[in-house]
Design a protein around this ligand. Structure first.
Ligand code: ADP
Length: 285
């Protein structure tokens, strides 16, 4: 009997030690979780600060840039007779630099505005087809200039989503204008469509342009990533970073499938609306 109680006691001790170990581990994990939450909060705060900074900086940079613009135009207008050939060349560089800086500042502002204006209070029920039509209208000039065809597939059945209207336009305008810009030797053909599965709609913008190599298919969504020189294709490398931010703020995902030399298809998802009421029409431009 004593042998037996001894064995039970030992067994109990072992169990107690094990319990202690387990509760220590649980406490450790709780602490780590708490720390992780703190880090997360800190990260969110510093992200917000950074975005606020980008917004204010780019907003305030516009003013001095406007001044440079105004005075260079004045110099050109009033004194260009006094310029020799080199002065004209230098002036050209100034104008070019100012133009690019303006483009960068505007893109940066668009990027930071996504978080500043993109609160849930700005969400409306929208038919994505209406947005595509407005964007097509906005891009009338480059579409005609490039003799491009833009098809909306299954147009009559396009879904209604709950989204920020300005950002949806920004998103589609970025994707469609990229599809026009990165055209190959063929006439551009762009197909826009959607499919629905589970709780999400997947929209796509498909082009027959230059395509993107496998190595670069993720990178292009990072801020300031460009695969070409400004002489080959103009741009800022902020467009797709803005697009990704918009999609993610709408609880969606974005990715690209592409074959170099054949074309690219950009896909993005948006959550299905649970109960659909009447959509608000996209404002005509
Ligand atoms: P930007 O167009 O201002 O250069 P984006 O952020 O819109 O910047 O795009 C980043 C890069 O991704 C582009 O410079 C280009 O190399 C590549 N890219 C984007 N869209 C396409 C496309 N439809 N076809 C091929 N390459 C593309």
């Amino acid at each position: 009997f004593s042998w037996y109680t001894n064995k039970i006691r030992k067994h109990n001790e072992a169990l107690q030690a094990y319990n202690q170990k387990l509760s220590n581990e649980i406490n450790q994990r709780k602490n780590a979780e708490q720390q992780l939450n703190e880090y997360n909060k800190e990260l969110k705060r510093s992200n917000k600060d950074l975005e606020q900074f980008a917004y204010i900086a780019s907003h305030d940079l516009k003013e001095p840039l406007r001044m440079i613009n105004a005075y260079t135009s004045m110099l050109k207008k009033k004194y260009s007779d006094l310029f020799d050939e080199r002065a004209h060349e230098f002036m050209g560089y100034v104008v070019d630099g100012v133009g690019r800086m303006e483009q960068l500042i505007n893109s940066l502002l668009d990027y930071s505005r996504v978080s500043i204006d993109g609160g849930v209070e700005n969400l409306k029920l929208l038919n994505v087809r209406d947005i595509v039509e407005v964007v097509k209208g906005n891009l009338r000039f480059p579409i005609t200039k490039n003799s491009a065809t833009v098809n909306i597939e299954n147009a009559d059945n396009f879904p209604i989503v709950k989204a920020n209207q300005v950002q949806m336009m920004q998103l589609l305008q970025n994707l469609i204008s990229n599809a026009l810009k990165f055209k190959g030797h063929r006439l551009p053909v762009i197909n826009i469509g959607f499919s629905t599965k589970g709780d999400f709609h997947t929209f796509y913008v498909k082009d027959n342009g230059i395509g993107i190599s496998k190595d670069n298919q993720e990178k292009i969504f990072d801020m300031l990533t460009r695969l070409h020189t400004k002489e080959e294709y103009e741009g800022t490398g902020i467009g797709l970073a803005t697009v990704r931010k918009i999609v993610e703020r709408h609880e969606g995902r974005i990715w690209v499938e592409s074959v170099e030399g054949e074309g690219s298809t950009f896909f993005f998802t948006l959550p299905k609306v649970k109960s659909v009421v009447k959509p608000v029409m996209a404002a005509a431009n």
